[in-house]
Design a protein around this ligand. Structure first.
Ligand code: PRP
Length: 178
């Protein structure tokens, strides 16, 4: 699988340092408060696992899975909930954890959906923000890296469900998908 990567964008060490920094910031911001971490499956599962271990404080972790309606709808923001949260959100401090924000439309939907459940607060932590791709305002409080507009895989991010287990984030060689 490494041979399919044309360039490593963020190494394992850089990602770990980033998760540590972000975790420390979140720990400080939520000191004394209990946090509900919402993982958006599938891509965010590895980042969540690392980030959560750098948060020093009371956290509960829950999972949500969403899917776009068809390939063409990827950036339409029309998403379907495949798996909903088990935890109640009402009156809680919620932090949505995402691997990547591209158009921002999935996040927009998630924020609207979770806000309707009346959390006490809601913020977003994303490992990657794709440069210049957002079609909507993304109110993302914690951003790991600005990511160039490339086909990126690894560390949770996939191409056809593969490459999620790469320990770094890299650019997928066009030979693989063209
Ligand atoms: C990715 C990512 C976000 C969404 C961002 O998920 O995890 O949820 O796309 O795209 P957007 O900003 O353009 O809405 P994906 O649909 O690839 O599913 P996966 O996490 O299961 O791989």
């Amino acid at each position: 699988m490494h041979k399919d990567i044309s360039q490593v964008l963020f190494s394992q060490e850089e990602i770990e340092a980033c998760a540590k920094r972000m975790g420390e910031q979140i720990s400080a911001d939520y000191a004394g408060k209990k946090l509900l971490l919402v993982t958006v499956l599938k891509g965010a599962f590895i980042f969540m696992a690392d980030l959560a271990r750098f948060i020093d404080g009371d956290v509960e972790i829950d999972f949500m899975a969403v899917s776009s309606y068809g390939a063409e709808a990827k950036s339409s923001g029309v998403v379907r909930i495949i798996k909903d949260l088990e935890a109640s959100v009402e009156g809680r401090h919620v932090l949505i954890v995402e691997d990547i924000l591209d158009s921002g439309l999935t996040l927009k939907y998630l924020l609207r959906n979770i806000r309707s459940r009346r959390p006490l607060s809601i913020e977003v932590a994303a490992l990657l923000l794709k440069e210049g791709k957002q079609q909507t305002d993304v109110n993302c409080k914690y951003v790991g890296f600005i990511c160039p507009d490339e086909f990126v895989v690894g560390y949770g991010l996939d191409y056809a469900e593969m490459y999620r287990n790469l320990p770094y984030i890299g650019v997928l060689s066009p030979d693989v998908y063209s």
